[in-house]
Design a protein around this ligand. Structure first.
Ligand SMILES: *Cc1c(COP(=O)(O)O)cnc(C)c1O
Length: 424
């Protein structure tokens, strides 16, 4: 373990005052959660807002609710390249994952592939006929699709209008994965409020954090009714779990700082930055302690996102100046402050060298999800014949630069030097 200044790949600091507000929130109880909910409703301009223990808990609850509303549908289309929490939530809700390849320039769906799920020429139909023998499923294959989950990754908005056009009035729900996009605006509208229903994450590396947490927003009365029903019957955080949250907030308060981040970074058992497939996560109501932690969320979110915007402007210029054919930024398609600034590096050797150098120097450059969803060990069998070439290549190419407020002028210079050195 090397003791040196180290940048975390993403950071939404929690301050001492936030922890005090958290403890006060715990004392106030449920009123604190209601305050946070109504502030979010006002800010996002939505009719309903519900709070959960995580983004995946929020998504699993959305899916279980939709399943009740549309009992004869059981498939959910997601981008082949996404956070492993998303397939985890779908499996948890007892639904089937369908993978759509992505557009490597925007990380959005490959719309050609998305349309193919809706046409009658789907492979799925043939499978049905083969396996079910006489009991043929006479429905159109797209009738089984419950929802599509467009995702706003790393500052790039998914084109919800285009998805709506592609779905062409079929009764398929659009669930916006805005886990990384709180505070983002697209064509004058807040991200997360463009689909039928949207969710955000308040996890460690997201726009702002309450250690863990998830937000669901919708304007639809029927969906909101189902979700509220579920939320009412969920357990809250136990005493022990609340103390765990308190300790988590203290750890984040101390160890996200670059002067101490070398410690958690050097402890391999923490597995920082790794993404896991695990459908057995806990689903809880958001706690009053977390709502207290979020007391000053608007000020923090504005400040964090402003910093992220400035740093990504800096990185965008840097990449332009490097004029390298090896590194490409998504500069022209970025539309909201990225929690991490994405780059594509096609040359594997150069990419490895950049990651290794950054690790050594503590500059916070990191890979993202290691593979497309069909590469997840537990799911491999279900996707044996799928070809997702663009998602696969993006998983091998992408790295992210940090954009958070802890980055100093000196860090910027060191990072610029690192990139130009490796590219020489
Ligand atoms: C973080 C994230 C999630 C899941 O949120 P958790 O709060 O970690 O469960 C889902 N989708 C995307 C794109 C994310 O980045």
């Amino acid at each position: 373990m090397k003791i040196q200044r180290s940048l975390p790949p993403a950071a939404s600091p929690i301050y001492i005052d936030d922890i005090f507000h958290g403890i006060l929130g715990f004392v106030h109880g449920q009123a604190e959660v209601e305050r946070f909910e109504s502030e979010l409703k006002g800010y996002l301009g939505v009719k309903y807002c519900f709070l959960f223990s995580s983004g995946k808990a929020a998504l699993a609850t959305i899916l279980e609710s939709l399943k009740v509303l549309y009992p004869d549908k059981d498939e959910v289309i997601i981008p082949a390249y996404t956070c492993y929490s998303v397939p985890s939530a779908i499996v948890r809700a007892g639904l089937k994952i369908r993978l759509c390849d992505i557009n490597p320039d925007t990380l959005d769906f490959n719309y050609h592939h998305l349309s193919s799920f809706l046409s009658s020429a789907s492979n799925h139909r043939k499978e049905n006929q083969r396996t079910d023998g006489e009991k043929k499923d006479e429905r159109h294959p797209s009738d089984r699709i419950l929802a599509v989950i467009p995702t706003h990754f790393f500052g790039i908005a998914s084109d919800i209008e285009k998805i709506r056009q592609t779905l062409n009035n079929r009764n398929i729900m659009i669930i916006e994965d805005a886990a990384q996009a709180l505070g983002g605006v697209w064509r004058g509208k807040k991200l997360g409020t463009l689909g039928d229903i949207g969710f955000f994450s308040l996890g460690r590396g997201k726009a702002f954090s309450t250690v863990e947490g998830g937000i669901v927003v919708t304007d639809r009365d029927d969906i909101a009714g189902e979700i509220e029903d579920r939320l009412m019957h969920l357990p809250g955080y136990s005493w022990i779990e609340t103390i765990r949250l308190l300790l988590g907030s203290i750890v984040l308060c101390l160890f996200l700082k670059p002067i101490l981040f070398w410690l958690p970074k050097g402890l391999p058992f923490l597995k920082l930055g790794e993404t896991f497939f695990n459908p057995n996560f806990k689903i809880r109501k958001f706690s009053p302690f977390q709502a207290g932690l979020a007391k000053r969320w608007k000020v923090k979110l504005t400040r964090f996102n402003q910093g992220r915007l400035e740093n990504s402007e800096e990185w965008r210029n840097l990449i332009r100046q490097l004029e390298s054919v090896e590194i490409r930024s998504f500069g022209s398609v970025l539309s909201f402050p990225p929690i991490r600034f994405p780059l594509r590096i096609q040359d594997t050797g150069i990419r490895e060298r950049i990651l290794k150098q950054s690790h050594k120097k503590g500059l916070g450059i990191m890979p993202t999800y290691p593979d497309t969803v069909d590469g997840i060990e537990e799911l491999k069998k279900e996707f044996e014949n799928q070809i997702l070439p663009r998602g696969k290549s993006i998983a091998k190419e992408i790295v992210t630069l940090p954009t958070h407020l802890f980055i100093s002028k000196k860090d910027r210079r060191k990072l610029a030097l690192l990139l130009s050195d490796v590219l020489k």
